[in-house]
Design a protein around this ligand. Structure first.
Ligand code: GAL
Ligand code: ZN
Length: 669
């Protein structure tokens, strides 16, 4: 058997990858030579080429113009820069939509979306598929064996959905495969409700704009189908590439917590997990949100390294008001990704565009040129990453897992629920923050994960849960694990049908608690609660009418109709197992107190005791990263004598970190 392809295929002999999207087709060839020179000076060792080049590569159906790309790849090879070659299928040329309008996507309201931008394709269109595979195959034939070719980049940020007739037919095919016959489909969708019974497959449609709330089970299957349609397209391109260039890994770039594509299923089909990530400079939760997203990528990669395919050196152009990054900020963010398992640190894009929709997006070489503050930082960062080459392939050990699944995300956020204030990613982030603040590493795992290696498993929400996943969570506790479950969990089965009996039905036994009513709270009224030790806290938005059935009541509501009723419970189950249930949304400080208690139950500690606020601490391999996201200079105590890999200086007892400063401390033997 050949060794599995992965990040290591790329980092071997190169160390950490550094570079960005390179779009030389936007520039005259004289500029290319300067590009190559600047790239070398900056330590660039990987560029993504050809993402939006379809119209240049195939100006009319079947006629190829590869000459310019030959010269780009040769230039990169001559300069020792590897190429992540994209199939250009994210942006079909106008001729495709002009000649075959059925390849253009149709939205929920039945409107076709046109060319003139990008991403205008129907994932289920056989014509689009044929043309996409043809250009992918032609590229692979042309560049198989080219010394620059190191990685394949399929399309870009796969995320289109389409409601057209072709997609409707594909949806029916997908449903037939899932349910077999219409009777089973009718049952799964609960079509006795509102007279929705289907008598003929031809009547079955994607959810289209309708007068009122659309059937949530139909919509849940639509989410599943749409994700599978994109995955099907990814796999088709991947297979064409693999067949022609078996030694070259294949990836596509993710978009963090992106709802339309179930990345657990994508990650299983690719060689390298890659993400595009653009933290909002003005959002105080950005450091934690970013850390969580990186941890998701590491989870998607099965704990192995992943790469940041795109980030920005400064402002993006697609928010309404685009705050720049202050000096030192992109370096801080890049090193944050390294700390959390990234072996590739790439940017969108190399040279700022002069024209087009992204003229005002920051780049590695700004409009003002290379003799600039920003480019000097790019260069310095590229150089310093060489000093971290030894980190490539190193793991980020974690004893805490947080469960996150796309099916649950889709199911939870359908219309017609008790409250639209409880959302999957916000809820995950709320639970993640206190661990982040304590320097506790967390793996993000799917609901079906093997949990046996974790001391603590946190399930911020699992509204939709499959029987077998609920059983696995219970077994995890019985086997000695510590489990925390957030509100409105265990509510529906994979069809979206409510599980009857006290909730969370399939977890009731292990939690030793049972509920009978979900009670969203008025937005403007915090709910008062008290820990059993006496300290008070507030919760908001969501409460539940619960009773303990063997669990200890750790916190209770103290006012209104719920006064004296459990808000948080803790149940000893099995040998040393402990299962917590949280039937409300505690304020951040209370979630912090909860995190401290469950960490104590699990015997897990943070990387650094008493971490100052604003500082992130995370261990990767033998290196402890300390990153100051705060606005003040801090002193962080360190236990062992260490050397800072970034400065080469020794650290004893403590390190001092200015705002945006980073230390990468390797223990001294
Ligand atoms: C990404 C995309 C890039 C570029 C970038 C701008 O979503 O993949 O092509 O548009 O955003 O931030
Ligand atoms: Zn379609």
């Amino acid at each position: 058997m050949t060794e599995r392809l992965g990040m290591h295929t790329l980092t071997e002999g190169r160390g950490l990858l550094f570079g960005g999207d390179y779009n030389p087709e936007q520039w005259p060839e004289e500029v290319w030579a300067e590009d190559a020179e600047l790239m070398r000076a900056a330590g660039v060792n990987l560029v993504t080429v050809g993402v939006f080049s379809w119209a240049r590569l195939e100006p009319e159906p079947g006629r190829h113009d590869f000459g310019w790309l030959d010269r780009v790849l040769d230039l990169m090879a001559a300069n020792g820069i590897a190429v992540d070659l994209a199939t250009p299928t994210a942006s079909p040329p106008p001729w495709l939509g002009h000649r075959w309008p059925e390849t253009l996507p149709v939205d929920e309201g039945g409107h076709r979306l046109w060319y003139g931008s990008r991403n205008q394709f129907c994932p289920s269109s056989p014509v689009y598929r044929e043309r996409a595979l043809a250009i992918a195959g032609a590229l692979a034939d042309r560049y198989a064996g080219h010394p620059a070719l190191a990685l394949w980049h399929v399309g870009n940020e796969l995320g289109e959905v389409c409601h057209c007739d072709v997609s409707a037919e594909a949806f029916r095919g997908w449903l037939r495969a899932r349910y077999g016959d219409l009777g089973t489909l009718n049952e799964a969708w609960g079509t006795t409700f509102w007279s929705q019974g289907y008598g003929d497959w031809a009547e079955v449609l994607p959810p289209r704009r309708a007068p009122y709330i659309v059937n949530p089970s139909q919509r849940l299957d639509w989410w599943r189908f749409s994700s599978d349609a994109l995955l099907g397209h990814f796999r088709a391109e991947r297979d064409v590439l693999r067949e022609r260039t078996p030694g070259i890994p294949v990836t596509t770039n993710f978009m963090g917590f992106f709802k339309r594509a179930d990345y657990w299923s994508f990650a299983a089909q690719e060689d390298v997990v890659a993400n595009d990530w653009y933290p909002e400079p003005g959002d105080p939760l950005s450091p934690a949100r970013t850390a969580l997203t990186h941890d998701l990528m590491r989870g998607l990669a099965g704990g192995r390294p992943w790469m940041l395919m795109e980030q920005s050196t400064s402002a993006v152009n697609w928010r309404p008001h685009n705050l720049p990054k202050p000096p030192g900020q992109f370096r801080l963010e890049s090193l944050q990704a390294v700390a959390r398992g990234a072996d590739g640190l790439c940017y969108f894009q190399w040279r700022a565009s002069r024209f087009g929709a992204e003229r005002f997006h920051a780049a590695m070489v700004p409009h003002a040129g290379a003799d600039t503050r920003l480019h000097a930082e790019v260069r310095a960062h590229g150089q310093e990453l060489r000093g971290l080459a030894g980190l490539a392939g190193e793991p980020v050990p974690a004893r805490v897992a947080m469960v996150f699944g796309w099916e649950n995300w889709w199911a939870l956020e359908e219309r017609g629920r008790p409250s639209d204030r409880l959302n999957a990613v916000d809820q995950l982030l709320a639970y993640y923050v206190p661990f982040f603040e304590r320097g506790v590493s967390v793996d993000v795992v799917p609901p079906s994960a093997d949990l046996s290696s974790y001391a603590l498993v946190v399930v911020p929400n699992l509204f939709l849960v499959a029987d077998e996943d609920a059983r696995a969570l219970s077994a995890y506790v019985r086997g000695g694990g510590v489990l925390v479950v957030g509100p409105f969990s265990g509510v529906v089965d994979p069809r979206g049908h409510v599980r009857t009996g006290p909730f969370p039905a399939p977890l009731r036994e292990v939690l030793g608690a049972a509920g009978e009513e979900w009670l969203p709270a008025p937005d403007d009224r915090p709910v008062r609660c008290r820990w059993s030790g006496g300290a008070e806290f507030t919760a908001s938005t969501w409460t539940e009418l619960l009773r303990a059935e063997g669990a200890e009541v750790v916190a209770e509501f103290t006012e209104g109709d719920l006064a004296g009723r459990p808000a948080v419970t803790r149940h000893r189950a099995g040998n040393d197992g402990v299962a917590w249930y949280v039937g409300t949304m505690p304020e951040p400080a209370a979630l912090g107190a909860l995190a401290a208690r469950v960490l104590a139950d699990a015997g897990v500690e943070g990387a650094v005791p008493d971490l100052p606020p604003g500082v992130e601490a995370v261990r990767r391999g033998e290196v402890l990263f300390l990153l100051n996201h705060g606005a003040t200079t801090v002193r962080v105590p360190v236990q062992d004598a260490a050397e800072d890999l970034l400065t080469g200086t020794p650290a004893r007892e403590a390190v001092t970190l200015a705002p945006r400063a980073v230390a990468a401390l390797r223990r001294r033997p």
